[in-house]
Design a protein around this ligand. Structure first.
Ligand SMILES: Nc1ncnc2c1ncn2[C@@H]1O[C@H](COP(=O)(O)OP(=O)(O)OP(=O)(O)O)[C@@H](O)[C@H]1O
Ligand SMILES: [Mg+2]
Length: 296
């Protein structure tokens, strides 16, 4: 458990969450509390259930057992005298609106500009006034470092820029909670740093975040707590310094050593690119702004 003491109610309170697909149990009783302003990095090998758990939190998947509360709301169900009743699609959509999600693939509307992509949901879903939304969307573009790109279409933006628009789009709904599912893993290595920088700032500004990531230096620097999942259970969790630097379980140790090897390959890639006289990248490497960050 985190050594941080939290007084108030958790923002996310998940209790014994189970989920199967066609008889294959993917989540085997996940308990997780995330407190307001806390950043939790979720690590684990492929197939361990990380994406499924995030999708259960925002009700893109229904759960088979257990309960998930977000800000006191029981997700997906109404509890009437101890009996659970499914919420309607409309009620679930209302709950989901409070939660921002950023995926590996950004899925921006290709025929809309960056600004229009960000403005879409607050206007269409929340029915907000266009002028106010526009102002907020412009501020968000600035926040993600794309002040000069309001009129750019996704195809005119790099992967890193598109992902930053996707983050701004999620923030435009003024979510209570942000879920990130490997937001940098589809990016060219040299574009990872700019996205992590935006996420780092968001964390500093106090956003509550659950981040599935393989970016160990990001987890080490930004996470209040690291949760290692394997085979649909939480194997180990705690402050990044404990879990990443001194894992207790064999499964955590072997996963982390694989990650370190990947990080090493990533650094080598960046150095090679830098040697091909790409000074921006060299600055990244030297400034520790990349996915790999400073070495141990
Ligand atoms: N819609 C689905 N239908 C059937 N099986 C699914 C579905 N979604 C996920 N699974 C299975 O559930 C297991 C966990 O998948 P999940 O995507 O949650 O893992 P993950 O930890 O996010 O992995 P990765 O690191 O590869 O993204 C996998 O065995 C996967 O094949
Ligand atoms: Mg996944």
């Amino acid at each position: 458990m985190s050594t941080t003491q939290h007084s108030g109610e958790p923002l996310v309170h998940a209790v014994n969450v189970t989920k199967s697909f066609h008889g294959n149990q993917v989540l085997k009783g996940i308990d997780m509390d995330v407190h307001p302003g806390e950043v939790v990095c979720l690590l684990g090998p492929s197939g361990s259930g990380k994406t499924t758990f995030l999708r259960c939190i925002n009700q893109l998947e229904s759960i088979d057992g257990g309960r998930i509360w977000v800000d006191g709301d029981l997700m997906g169900y109404a509890d009437r005298g101890g009996t659970l009743h499914h919420l309607t699609d409309k009620q679930i959509a209302a709950q989901r609106r409070e939660i921002g999600m950023v995926f590996q693939r950004f899925n921006l509307f290709p025929h809309k500009t960056a600004l229009e992509n960000i403005m879409e949901a607050p206007i269409q879903v929340k029915g907000e006034k266009k002028a106010a939304v526009r102002e907020r969307a412009l501020a968000l573009l600035e926040q993600v470092g794309l002040k000069d790109k309001p009129s750019a279409y996704p195809a005119q933006l790099s992967g890193g820029q598109q992902q930053r628009v996707a983050i701004a789009r999620a923030l435009a709904m003024e979510p209570k909670l942000m879920l990130f599912d490997e937001p940098t893993s589809a990016l060219d290595p040299e574009l990872v740093g700019e996205v992590l920088k935006v996420m780092r700032q968001l964390a500093k500004d106090g956003m509550t975040m659950i981040v599935v990531t393989h970016e160990m230096s990001f987890a080490r620097e930004v996470a209040d707590r690291v949760v290692f999942m394997d085979g649909g259970v939480v194997v180990e969790q705690g402050p990044p310094n404990e879990v990443i630097s001194n894992p207790q379980h064999a499964r955590t140790k072997s996963f982390l050593s694989r990650m370190r090897q990947e990080e090493q390959e990533h650094v080598e890639h960046l150095l090679e690119a830098a040697q091909r006289k790409e000074p921006d990248l060299l600055a990244d490497v030297e400034g520790g702004q990349t996915a790999a960050g400073p070495r141990d």
